[in-house]
Structures are given as structure tokens and as C-alpha cells.
Design a protein around this ligand. Sequence first.
Ligand code: GTP
Ligand code: MG
Length: 171
Amino acid sequence: GLKKKDVNVLCLGLDNSGKTSIINQLKPSNAQAQDIVPTIGFNIEKFKTSSLSFTVFDMSGQGRYRNLWEHYYKEGQAIIFVIDSSDKLRMVVAKEELDTLLNHPDIKHRRIPILFFANKMDLRDALSSVKVSQLLCLENIKDKPWHICASNAVQGEGLQEGVDWLQDQIK
Ligand code: GTP
Ligand code: MG
């Protein structure tokens, strides 16, 4: 078959938002981990779609590791930014980290696609993706293509829609 195009993706967002769980669901079932543990530093993962071969930098969201993110911005060709939709207390922290990302010199002037997952939509007190989008002021992102999907990384719901969008932005 045709060689798939290689794409580097950065998976960013606060600790406990579900980044590793999402990436795990996107991997082939024989490569999926049974137990998800908090990421230390970062892990490199791979998954494929119909036309693309993704290499994902699954970064730790813990405060002490967030300063690692920027070292990989240059290499990233797309961003997956994950939000815990039920973590209302830290929505402002997620917004701060997003704003810092968007203003970084290695990101600011690039038309890099950003896929947002409003994750943990299964939890009773989860905010809708529309509400998450409002709280993060996503409508202010004018110079990059972006898209937000509600997701449940435990059941794998909402992930395909997001990855289909990402593939369309890149191919
Ligand atoms: P760090 O590696 O520390 O940055 O965290 P992370 O963003 O990779 O989160 P991780 O995937 O480790 O998930 C954290 C916890 O949330 C785990 O207990 C997951 O099972 C749980 N979790 C992830 N996604 C969902 C979801 O959609 N719904 C529910 N209910 N729990 C989820
Ligand atoms: Mg993780």
C-alpha cells in the first residue's frame, strides 16, 4: 500500500485530564495498556489512521513537568489539548496553560491545528463542550484551525470524530 505520511502530535493538558487514556484508546488493541498511570516526563506513542502515521508526545500535565512541553513545540505539527470537563476548579489553570502555549514564539505564528477534547463527559457534573469552549475563550483563536469534541476516554467515545478532523487538517 501507499506509505502513510508521518505526523508529530503533541498531547498537552493538565494532569489527570485523560491524555494518556485517549492516546491509549487510539492505539491498536494489541498495543493498548491495561492500566493507565500518571505520566512521568513524557512518553512517545504511535497510532495510525487511514492516511497518516502519528507519533504522539504524550506529555505529563503535572505542574513540575509542564516546563518540558515547550521543548517539543518546534517538532509538533498538530496539538491535542485535553481538558477534564468535570474539573471546574482548575478550568482557569487549563486556560492559563493554553494561553501560555498560544503565545509561545514556537507556536504563535504557526497555523498549527489544535484538537480539543472536552474529556470525561460521562461524569455527572461535566460541563458541555460548548461551555468548556466558552471558558477557554476558544473563539479568540483566529489564526489556527481548531475543533472541540466531547469525549469519554474510558469508553473511547468521541475520539474518532476528533481524529477524523485532525486528519482532514493535515492530509
Ligand atoms: P498525566 O499523565 O498525569 O498528565 O494525566 P493524563 O492527562 O494522562 O490522565 P490519565 O489518562 O492518566 O487519566 C487520569 C484518570 O482519569 C485515570 O484514572 C483515568 O482512568 C481517568 N479518565 C480518563 N479519561 C476519562 C473519562 O473520559 N471519563 C472518566 N470517568 N475517567 C477518565
Ligand atoms: Mg498521562
